[in-house]
Structures are given as structure tokens and as C-alpha cells.
Design a protein around this ligand. Structure first.
Ligand SMILES: [Zn+2]
Length: 420
């Protein structure tokens, strides 16, 4: 059911190494190759806050995929505007893969401002209070207008501490919404409503541009074995109830998707409980499809997720925390506002190889932050993204050399030791 009419898949996924439940793989999308496990920086408004795409694409960060928020882009500038501009890649200039969430989580986060029915969710825009309606069909239509490379089905997220009955009702609704998402998604692909299909005529010009930018053109070579359509991921819900998670997984797989996500985690439940759910469910997710843990998390969560078989992660933590003066380092969190850094001439992270740590002192970064210079956020964002992306690179190397178990112990011990 996940194959398109021409019998080709939207992407290919291949596992190249494993250690225990942890795995290294390659996702070939219509916009390049993604090595997994992968961290996806979050680009809420069509921008990863505080960092230029050139920096994200350059060898130092080398982000292969970013996440876009359907809810935010739908409200502003609007799906019609992005469709009129030829899709989100043409609109914002990002050339690599993009995954869009369904908007479900943002709408759910509105709390009192929303009303959930079988049809979908009525809510008021957080921008101007205007009434809006989001449903599986609307979400698929918006994501087709955006032309992202990976589309998420529309789901409902139950609070982390939901009782069994409430979590089951929510899971059943999510399954019905999953089917509706699948049906509308397939119609839109067949109607050619996806704006993100790479244009063949454009290929030569784009390739030349990318080579002149020093961009790895091999990354975006369009593979004839792919359908060039959007990929659609299913979402497993069920709160912290493992029996519901298992049932949700089985019935989501029956609908058939290109990849599977664990949604509704890190939403108020204990960390230990989250790890247990991942440990129980991830190994039962289809081996041959990417597994995505949505909206998680801290560096420790990434390592623990990989150890339990997760391939994809996204979180606002590195970018959001940077803007409040928090650096994430190999020795835990460092708050640059702290007076102890006033004359500290060491780099943010003593072991970090990023360009910020190679050039700047803690004292200077603190000065920039305290004086409200925008460069403070830019530099901290760069370091934090480097830390997350580089950690995943080291994770992949460790799994390939069957050293991940040792890497995990050392990484967790070091982070717990605290800033030097
Ligand atoms: Zn650094």
C-alpha cells in the first residue's frame, strides 16, 4: 500500500550496521541521503532560528534533514502563499530533505483554545484568535502544498499520564485519523498536488549551483529507483500503556506507511517510563522502516533512544536553549549568564571542535549575551547544533565499530559529571 502507482517507493532505507538494538542506516530520499541515527534541527517558521542554511549544509554541521511545522506555516504565511511560491523548498531555499509534522501536536498544545471532534480539531489561531479547523484531510493538503519530503499523518496526542480508558479512546481516534490521512495523502499524490517533486529540467542547473557552493552534489542525486513522491509516516500512540502502544503499532502497520513514529512521549510522563515504552515497542516496529521518536529530546534521551533501536529524532532544545543563554556540552548544561564565566577565557566546551569553541571564550559569549547582542544566540545555536549533530555522528561511528555500549556509558557518565 505504501508503493506508488509506478511500483516505486518514496524512499529507500537500508541498515548498514547494528549493535544490540542500535542500528546505523541510510535513508535515500528524493532530496538526498540521510545517515541514521539522525538528529533533525527544528525549523518552526521555515527557518532554523539563528542559523543560515549555508552553515547547516556546510561540512561542520552537515544537517541532512530539518523539520518544518505545518501548523505555523499554515497560519503564516499560509499554505496558499507557499503553494504560489512553488513549495517550501523554493520559498525558503533549503535544498535538502525536510520533514513536516502534521500540526496535531501544536493544535493539541493549545489546550483550552481547541475542541476535538471525530472530524478534526476546531481552535483559535494563537496569532489573531481567528477560528480555524484542522483535520487529517486539511493536514495532508497543507503538507502537499508545502511539498515536504516526509509527511506525518494527523494524530491526537494523549497526555503522558492518561488513564487507560482515555488513552484507548485517543488511540482509536488516532487510528481512524491515520486511515483518513493515508487516503487523502494518496489522492493528493495521484492528483499531483505535492509541490516538492524535484523538477528534472532543473536538475542540471541546480547541480551546477550546488557544486559552486561546495555542496556535496552526490547527496541530492535523484535516484531513478525512487517515485519522487512524498513519503508518509504513521504515528503510534497509546500514552504510557504498553498494551495500547502494541495494538496501536499493529493496526498502524496494517494501514501501511513508509516509516513509523512514536508520538506522545516526553509529554509529562516520568523519564524512566518513557524509556520503558521505547524499549518495549521500538524493537517490534518494522525492522525495514525508519523509526522516529518525535520531539525528543536531551542528549541523554538521544543516546537512550538509539540504544533501544530508534533512528530519527527532533527537538527544539539545542536552538531554543541557545536563545536563553544555555549551552549544551559534553559536560552537561552551561548557563552563560552565570557570573563565574565573566573572566573565563576557556571555550564553552573544552572538548568541542566546533568553530565557536575554536575561536571564542566563555567570557566573550557571556558579554554578548548580557548586552543583548544577537550574535550571542547565533553562536550558542551553532555550538548546540554542532553538539547534537556531532554526537549523532559519533554514535554512528561507535555502532559501526561495535563500540556503542562503551560509548554510551562514557557519554552518560561525562554529562552527569557537570561543567568544568
Ligand atoms: Zn562548540
Amino acid at each position: 500500500m505504501t508503493s506508488s502507482n509506478d511500483g516505486l517507493n518514496a524512499f529507500e532505507f537500508e541498515i548498514t550496521a547494528t549493535e544490540g538494538a542500535a542500528r546505523v542506516g541510510l535513508i535515500q530520499t528524493r532530496r538526498g541521503v540521510i545517515e541514521t541515527p539522525v538528529f533533525m534541527p527544528v525549523g518552526t517558521q521555515g527557518t532554523v532560528k539563528g542559523v543560515r542554511f549555508e552553515a547547516l549544509e556546510a561540512e561542520e554541521l552537515d544537517a541532512r534533514i530539518i523539520l518544518g511545522n505545518t501548523y505555523h506555516l499554515w497560519l503564516r504565511p499560509g499554505a496558499d502563499v507557499i503553494r504560489a511560491c512553488g513549495g517550501v523548498h523554493k520559498f525558503n531555499g533549503w535544498r535538502r530533505a525536510m520533514l513536516t509534522d502534521s500540526g496535531g501536536f501544536q493544535v493539541w498544545s493549545l489546550g483550552e483554545l481547541r475542541k476535538i471532534t471525530e472530524d478534526g480539531v476546531k481552535f483559535r489561531s494563537h496569532i489573531d484568535g481567528s477560528p480555524r479547523f484542522m483535520s487529517p484531510e486539511v493536514s495532508m493538503e497543507v503538507q502537499a502544498a508545502l511539498g515536504s519530503d516526509i509527511v506525518m499523518m494527523f494524530d491526537e496526542c494523549a497526555p503522558g499520564k492518561s488513564e487507560h480508558d482515555a488513552a484507548k479512546r485517543s488511540m482509536e481516534l488516532t487510528l481512524r485519523w491515520g486511515k483518513r490521512s493515508r487516503i487523502r495523502f494518496d489522492e493528493l499524490q495521484n492528483e499531483g498536488m505535492d509541490t516538492g517533486r524535484p523538477e528534472k529540467a532543473e536538475g542540471g542547473r541546480r547541480k551546477a549551483e550546488e557544486e559552486s557552493d561546495g555542496f556535496h552534489s552526490s547527496l541530492i542525486t535523484h535516484h531513478s529507483s525512487l517515485s519522487a513522491k512524498q513519503a508518509l509516516f504513521g504515528i503510534v500512540q497509546g500514552a504510557t500503556h504498553v498494551d495500547l502502544r502494541r495494538e496501536s503499532l499493529r493496526r498502524t502497520v496494517e494501514i501501511g506507511f513508509d516509516g513509523y513514529a512514536l508520538g506522545g512521549l516526553s509529554v509529562g510522563e516520568e523519564k524512566r517510563v518513557m524509556y520503558d515504552v521505547i524499549e518495549e515497542i521500538a524493537p517490534e516496529m518494522p525492522v525495514e522502516k525508519p523509526r522516529y521518536l518525535m520531539g525528543v529530546g536531551t542528549p541523554e534521551d538521544l543516546i537512550e533512544g538509539v540504544a533501544r533501536g530508534v533512528d530519527m529524532f527532533d527537538c527544539v532544545l539545542p536552538t531554543r536553549n541557545a536563545r536563553t543563554g544555555q549551552a549544551l556540552t559534553l559536560r552537561g548544561k552551561l548557563n552563560i549568564k552565570n557570573a563565574r564565566f565573566t573572566t573565563d577565557t576557556r571555550p564553552l566546551d573544552l572538548r568541542c571542535a566546533c568553530s565557536v569553541c575554536r575561536r571564542h571564550t566563555r567570557a566573550y559569549l557571556r558579554h554578548l549575551y548580557m548586552t543583548g547582542e544577537m550574535l550571542a544566540s547565533i553562536l550558542l545555536t551553532h555550538h548546540n547544533l554542532f553538539f547534537f549533530l556531532d554526537t549523532m555522528k559519533r554514535v554512528r561511528q561507535a555502532i559501526r565499530s561495535h563500540n556503542f555500549s562503551d560509548f554510551r556509558c562514557k557519554f552518560l557518565a561525562e554529562i552527569a559529571a557537570g561543567v568544568e
